[in-house]
Design a protein around this ligand. Sequence first.
Ligand code: ZN
Length: 125
Amino acid sequence: MEELLKLAKEHVKHCYCPYSDFHVVAVLETISGKKFVGVNVENSSYGLTVCAERVAIFKAISEGEKNFSKILIYSPDGTPFPCGACRQVMAEFCSEDFEVIVATENKILSYTLKKLLPFSFNLNR
Ligand SMILES: [Zn+2]
């Protein structure tokens, strides 16, 4: 946990959020302990913005990783609960007991993916 939070804080400076000024960093950890960091990347055409969580997940998938244990989402600007789109992307690759940690400067909250997205869309159900 401490290591993930430290890594997240180190990457705040890489966030690209000139429109919202809401910095978000996600650190995704694989079951084998590898870590993938994502930051939010905004765009002047707002709909093209990609959240930090999806950046981290897509980086990991692109590197051949598919088994994830947890994600820490950190912001110094507010409580960075994952949006609905990111929750659904997590559901694509992660089990229901995947841990989602939401962190700010002074609080750390922990949830399972099942708690955050109880009825995710899934073609196999
Ligand atoms: Zn999102």
